[in-house]
Design a protein around this ligand. Structure first.
Ligand SMILES: C[S@@+](CC[C@H](N)C(=O)[O-])C[C@H]1O[C@@H](n2cnc3c(N)ncnc32)[C@H](O)[C@@H]1O
Length: 327
């Protein structure tokens, strides 16, 4: 399937690329955003991706835009820990899986064509097969409920536990089929959709990566630097929205009539543009239906210090470490 960089025009408008500036494209993927930034101005782009398969495309860009593009194979949550990166003018995150990852059945992200039950973006660590065959029923239920927003989470977990007691579940097709048979079709979407989403988020630790990525961006953005995030489902969007709101409203409390109630909070580390949530245009929706749930949010870094990290924005769910699995 053709690769469309989602909401590219809107991302460029939010970024407003300028010569001499440095940007982090934290989710390089097929390089659609990076290439558009490099074309739009004589800027420098540092691409990050935890999928080693993007290397080939990165080599092409490095050759075509000599000296202005580099790729670092690392999760974006660590962008503030790299010696080679100092302060930057923008951080752009396009959260989720790429069309290349989705379309390749060997990667195990999709059940449209059966493949190994893998789903690991970094191609290392535990896989979805490990999660499905080794996690307790109640933990599976919880991740399906929280990460998949699946109403029939308990039933889905029970079906899996029953099936795996007969034989290990090893393919996307096998898992999708047992869920389809056991849950039945109720709406337009395939009954396995939400369970697959939940497993993918769990295995790639996506929500914590997103939260740590936002904190890391806060640490390395220059005053005036832009944070631009494109998300694809409500769990991610809610996290980005709350993060930006918390950090832009920090000191704005109290009342003009009861000034004694004013609470001293940290100074806002971001300025939020209240109308900053943007959705894809009708034209884009017609050309690329996969963009239908995309949302873009942006905020501008202030000159105030970064907040102290607290994990209150993360849902309470089992994490990989609970099983002794490193991310
Ligand atoms: C939706 S695609 C990005 C597409 C890209 N904007 C383009 O125009 O081609 C998301 C990419 O981000 C990568 N990714 C997801 N989570 C990541 C993380 N925590 N750290 C680094 N890369 C990540 C995935 O491997 C995937 O290649």
């Amino acid at each position: 399937m053709k690769h469309y960089p989602v909401m590219l025009g809107e991302v460029i408008a939010a970024l407003s690329p300028k010569a001499g500036e440095t940007y982090i494209d934290g989710t390089f993927g097929n390089g659609g955003y990076s290439e558009a930034f490099l074309k739009a101005a004589k800027c420098h782009v540092i691409g990050l991706d935890r999928d080693p398969n993007v290397q080939c495309r990165a080599t092409e860009l490095a050759a075509a835009y000599d000296g202005r593009f580099t790729l670092i194979d690392t999760p974006f949550s660590k962008m503030d820990q790299l010696d080679s990166i100092e302060q930057v003018d923008a951080v752009i995150l396009d959260i989720g899986v790429s069309s290349m990852q989705l379309d390749e059945s060997e990667r195990g992200f999709s059940f449209m064509r059966s493949g190994p039950l893998d789903m690991r973006m970094s191609q290392s660590g535990p896989s979805a097969e490990d999660a499905v065959n080794e996690m307790s029923r109640s933990d599976l239920e919880q991740i399906f409920r929280v990460y998949g927003e699946e109403k029939r989470a308990r039933r889905a977990a029970e079906l899996i536990v029953r099936a795996r007691s007969e034989s290990r579940i090893v393919t996307t097709g096998g898992l999708a089929e047992l869920l389809e048979k056991g849950l039945g079709r109720t709406g337009k979407i395939h009954p396995a959709t939400r369970v697959f989403q939940a497993l993918r988020i769990f295995i790639n630790d996506e929500l914590r990566e997103l939260y740590l990525g936002l904190c890391a961006a806060e640490a390395i953005l220059k005053p005036g630097g832009r944070l631009i995030v494109v998300t694809f489902h409500s769990l991610e969007d809610r996290l980005v929205k709350r993060f930006i709101r918390r950090r832009s409203e920090a000191a704005k409390s109290g009342s003009r009539y009861q000034p004694e109630l004013v609470q001293e909070g940290p100074s806002p580390s971001f300025n939020e543009n209240r109308r900053s949530v943007v959705k894809p245009s009708e034209k884009e929706l017609a050309e690329n239906p996969r963009s239908r749930s995309a949302k873009l949010r942006c905020a501008i870094r202030s000159d105030r210090p970064a907040f102290i990290r607290d994990d209150a924005l993360l849902p309470s769910v089992p994490f990989l470490e609970d099983y002794g699995w490193a991310a």
